[in-house]
Design a protein around this ligand. Sequence first.
Ligand code: ATP
Length: 327
Amino acid sequence: MSKASLQIQRQILSELADGRFHSGQKLADQFGVSRTAIANYMHELAQLGLDIYKVKGKGYGLVAPLLLLDALQIKQLQSTTAAPVLVQHITDSTNLQLMQKLNTTSSLVKATVIVAEAQTAGRGRRGRTWYSPYGSNLYFSYYWRLEQGVQAAMGLSLVAGCALCSLLRREYQVDAKIKWPNDIYVDNRKIAGVLVELVGQADAACSVIIGIGLNIALPESATQHIDQPYADLKQSSEMSIDRNRLIVQLQNELTMALSKFELQGFKPFQEVFNQHDVFSGRMVEISGTTAAGGICLGVDESGAILLEKDGRVQAFFGGELTLRASE
Ligand code: ATP
């Protein structure tokens, strides 16, 4: 899409964001394009995951008003010393964008964040896709630097998961749970995923990118894109949700958690995880680079998951493992 078209797409969205109906003809006149062009823009927006309705005689409207991400508002909500939050419209993946920024900026400020309204190539682990429709969720990537090197990164996705879980519980009164090693669940349905990516060598300082996808208000069409039970914050919480505020809260929460992790290691997070372990005391199966089953006993001091079978407890660690309930 050309720059000019992208700009029109954005402006149409700002119009639709109020949740009211907008006549196709008026929009066409406003942006100096044909009605067919407006219909195409609407089609593209629907492809990005927006629930757009067309009602004869009224025009186009969104199913609900949309509070768009706003860089200025985010800045006003931040403390004066907070690291920058960069807001993008539609991007491939916020983790990729932050990685590129890291490669092109000589000294990226620790705790810098990139957020986007939509991702066209949102990623999960092992090349899986993170469904990232426009305007209603959080696609958030956060930069950190571990002076102790890659070795110190063990347990990092759990630390990020614990931070997000605590934030959702405290500020949004949600019964959030953590699924080892990288997801957040509500009512046994996935509401968020964490994807940690590392750049660096074992012995030198290493750069860390923590990607978080958090569902806020998934469109109805999400069922066609997500092949497991999912949840979103809007349906799980009775509190009002402002994504701009949530971004600032999450940036702060991660900074506090990572500073603690740097000083004290995983130990302080062991209890947080074990209190909110989605599989606590349940029969589970582990798969990936290894396969095993047993009763889930939570994590040890290093963040390894403990499974008990026939009275024997085994610890498992590694970014490529998946845990599932087996009952
Ligand atoms: P699993 O969740 O199956 O145990 P995983 O932790 O490796 O595996 P992730 O890489 O975190 O999974 O996320 C990718 C998977 O999450 C997708 O394959 C899909 O099943 C699911 N998914 C994708 N997008 C969303 C979304 N927006 N909300 C909830 N779940 C999603």
